[in-house]
Design a protein. Structure first.
Length: 240
């Protein structure tokens, strides 16, 4: 409960909420038995026939898999070869490579619910971790390259839902602070320009001449004091 409140205060979804949103993504399954059409509020799903692939929401695919009523067909982008190619591209590309918006949530649920429907699951998990780390590193570099003029603009291309949610609070706070700093900078520039407008060239030259005459007066007074001091020293001493 405390963790949930913390996410709400920071304006973020919890990881479980992001996963819940991703459960509407369509996944291909292969039914292991005939199943009649299943009615839902937004329409029906099915009917299903043995050996005939069908697309269903992720949550339903996981449910049928747990009941041993289907096999889940992993997406092409989730194969070990495809992930290796994605990892290699991430290493050489300056921006994040295109991936499904919910790739982290989908891969986590499929690997948890149906590890027996895919080979090389250990390699797949490792590759996903490498890809995620590379993408986070690029995001950190983008933040460090923010415009020096405090323009709240950051090119976030091809980021997934979980990545955006994890940095939502930080970026929102940072952009708010940049906006405040830009407003203060504009106010300071405005005040400086107004002050400069009052100081005309004539006033500036007059101030300079007054400063010079004051320094001359000081030097003249110091010279007079030195002369009077010298005359006192040259006077004969008073005889008793």
């Amino acid at each position: 409960m405390e963790e949930h409140m913390r996410y709400m205060q920071e304006g973020m979804f919890t990881p479980r909420q992001v996963e819940f949103i991703a459960e509407d993504e369509l996944i291909s399954i292969e039914p292991l038995q005939n199943i009649a059409a299943i009615p839902f509020i937004r329409g029906q799903v099915g009917p299903f026939r043995v050996g005939i692939p069908a697309e269903v929401p992720l949550w339903l695919a996981v449910l049928l898999k747990k009941r041993n009523k289907c096999k889940i067909q992993y997406p092409d982008w989730l194969s070990a070869d495809a992930l290796r190619a994605t990892r290699d591209e991430e290493k050489i590309s300056e921006t994040c490579t295109p991936l499904p918006f919910h790739y982290l949530e989908i891969s986590q649920q499929l690997l948890s619910a149906a590890p027996d429907n895919m080979q090389d699951t250990v390699d797949i998990r490792t590759l996903l971790e490498d890809i995620h780390a590379l993408r986070l590193s690029k995001i950190r570099k983008l933040v460090l390259k923010l415009d020096e003029c405090y323009v709240p603009c950051l090119p976030l291309e091809n980021l997934c839902a979980m990545e955006l949610n994890s940095m939502r609070s930080f970026l929102s706070g940072m952009f708010d602070m940049m906006y405040v700093l830009s407003e203060e900078k504009e106010d300071a520039d405005s005040q400086l320009s107004q002050y400069s407008a009052f100081e005309t060239p004539a006033a500036s030259s007059a101030a300079t001449s007054q400063s010079g005459s004051w320094q001359q007066q000081q030097r003249a007074q110091q010279d007079r004091l030195r002369q009077e001091s010298g005359r006192r020293n040259l006077r004969p001493a008073h005889r008793a």
